[in-house]
Design a binder for this molecule. Sequence first.
Ligand code: AP5
Length: 209
Amino acid sequence: MNLIFLGPPGVGKGTVAKLLLKDLAIPQISTGDLLREAVKENSPLGKEAKSYMDSGKLVPDNLVIDLIKKRISNEDCKKGFILDGFPRTIPQAESLEINNIKIDKVLNFIASKKTIIERLSGRRICKNCNAIYHIKNIPPKKEGVCDKCGGKLIQRDDDKPEAIERRLEVYKKQTEPLIEYYKKKGILVDIDTERPLPNILNDVLNAVK
Ligand code: AP5
């Protein structure tokens, strides 16, 4: 089963993907996580991507398309995968078709702008294992410390107010057209994320059955 999790920044795609890893038994491929790893390693890709990411702009298509193609060719993707945060532009979606990568379902995560801003500004992530928390909604047991690995929780540079506004504009202009693109293909399912987390997880599982 090859899935795409589509939706604005901060809507909860990564949170849901990580919680469903066992049920779906396929890996989550987050372009955001892969790019943040590249930045941490200071690799050539990381050096090029950093300024785009910090300011809330999209990293150029050719870089993320190469990254995804390489990741999908790994053995652990043979039974399927969740693309979390890819595609984000029409050329990225077309690159999947050009490379004969078939998508079974696209889950379109929805929330109001107010909810999204509240989720992004309270988000903290583990520097070590990328686990996702929220200072109010999904807090760690001990403030500032990851429940899973004991790593330090940090705020992402692009979760500062100026970058949040930019990311929402970029989403509207460059990513939202993908909703129509996948609706026309008949594989888009809306997921209302302004519901308790267990209900959201159930909705996603029902949608991919
Ligand atoms: P990326 O890391 O993909 O960021 P994003 O899409 O902007 O998504 P987020 O990670 O911000 O949000 P999410 O929907 O996963 O929400 P989360 O689960 O964390 O990308 C970062 C950057 O990398 C981009 O800006 C771009 O520069 C670059 N990039 C990445 N992919 C690219 C691509 N394909 N092309 C070009 N550039 C690319 O949840 C958010 C918060 O809400 C958390 O605090 C969580 O605890 C809380 N929360 C989640 N669900 C709920 C709920 N149901 N109720 C209450 N709180 C909740």
